[in-house]
Design a protein around this ligand. Structure first.
Ligand SMILES: NC(=O)c1ccc[n+]([C@@H]2O[C@H](COP(=O)([O-])OP(=O)(O)OC[C@H]3O[C@@H](n4cnc5c(N)ncnc54)[C@H](OP(=O)(O)O)[C@@H]3O)[C@@H](O)[C@H]2O)c1
Length: 334
């Protein structure tokens, strides 16, 4: 748990004698015995910045994404969510605000935040139906990708990007992935048609402009928070094309959002559609991703690496390197 704000090595302590959350007598909550937790960049921000001195956040448990087996159900839980059912999802804003987390033996979660785990998906990989997969679902709802669309994904090899590539391809798009050479084989395996290595070009945006001048893109999805990818986009993004970012807030500040969204064009706004999306986890998103998997549209949730709960600090240190290809997972064994 998070005993003080800071980097994972200073913030985290393993507690072996923590009480199992009690299932309320009313409502549709589920008590889930966690098999695997998935890590996200947001966990590290929360660890560093959500005040650990607040009474309701003392000893907060890190982690949003979970996979596990239902061990107890509230009286109003849906009929398909019975004891023994394997479920997955992401904890919501409310649970996290009050110190709940998925790096624990048990999580107490409202049933409307979970999906039944697709049978073909290994337990560890099912953490992908948490934040990463749900964010991909949120993006796809907004993007409305059409057959034949040309889609550029920045940060394509990460947790979100690895799912986005597959679903965009399944919808009939041509996918261009931006990542380093180290991730080239990974994104091509997931379906990327072209790969741009962001490390080799002296001027990345000039390279993209030259490459797509004659065949402009319909959609750019930015999973890295690269403001210049938007502000320099008119040569390579169609006038009616969309730019969707999932990185804003603390990491970027509010200024790029205000400038890119609201400044009049004559005062310098880039004349292209711009949005920043923020996920509020929900079972509807998780179930949408489960459907993609059951229908074979998303064939794989890549697991970069798996750690034991005792190795949570190392797992988070790896997450902080921003080098993961897919999800970093912590196996919870009691
Ligand atoms: N708005 C929301 O609701 C929401 C939801 C989920 C995530 N996010 C945010 O979205 C971002 C991505 O999340 P994630 O879970 O996919 O992250 P992640 O798994 O940690 O991403 C790691 C990947 O990023 C790639 N990468 C690192 N630097 C890059 C660069 N300069 N250009 C292109 N690719 C680069 C790495 O590829 P290489 O090793 O090949 O460089 C690596 O494969 C994070 O900032 C996260 O906080 C936001």
């Amino acid at each position: 748990m998070v005993v003080q704000n800071g980097e994972p090595k200073d913030a985290l302590e393993l507690k072996a004698d923590w009480p199992t959350p009690a299932l309320p007598v009313m409502g549709s909550n589920l008590l889930v015995k966690v098999s695997h937790a998935g890590l996200n960049p947001a966990d590290i921000h929360f660890m560093a910045h959500l005040p650990s001195w607040l009474p309701f956040r003392r000893n907060a448990i890190p982690g949003l994404d979970f996979v596990g087996e239902i061990v107890q159900t509230g009286p109003l839980a849906p009929p398909e969510m019975t004891v023994g059912t394997e479920v997955c999802g992401s904890l919501g804003v409310r649970q996290v605000a009050f110190g709940a987390g998925s790096l624990a033996e048990y999580v107490l979660v409202p049933s409307d935040l979970v999906a039944v785990k697709p049978a073909t998906l290994p337990l560890a990989a099912a953490v992908g139906l948490g934040t990463a997969g749900q964010t991909a679902a949120l993006i796809m709802r907004q993007a409305k990708v059409q057959k034949g669309a040309r889609v550029l994904i920045n940060g394509a090899s990460g947790g979100v990007g690895s799912i986005l590539i597959q679903i965009a391809k399944a919808k009939g798009a041509t996918v261009v992935a931006i990542c380093s050479n180290a991730s080239d084989a990974h994104v091509r395996r997931l379906g990327a048609d072209e790969v741009i290595d962001y490390k080799v070009h002296q001027d990345l945006y000039d390279f993209i402009a030259k490459t797509f001048k004659e065949s402009q893109l319909d959609l750019i999805i930015d999973c890295m928070g690269d403001d210049a990818l938007f502000t320099k986009s008119p040569p390579y993004l169609k006038p009616d094309g969309k730019f969707i970012s999932i990185v804003g807030g603390r990491t970027q500040g509010i200024y790029p959002f205000l400038k890119n969204k609201f400044l009049p064009v004559f005062l310098g706004r880039t004349p292209r559609s711009y949005s920043i999306l923020g996920l509020a986890p929900a079972g509807t998103y998780a179930r949408e991703v489960a459907q993609w998997i059951n229908d074979g549209l998303v064939k794989e949730v890549p697991v970069d690496s798996e750690f034991r709960l005792e190795e949570a600090v190392e797992a988070y240190e790896k997450q902080a390197t921003k080098r993961a290809k897919g999800k970093i997972v912590v196996a919870i064994k009691s």
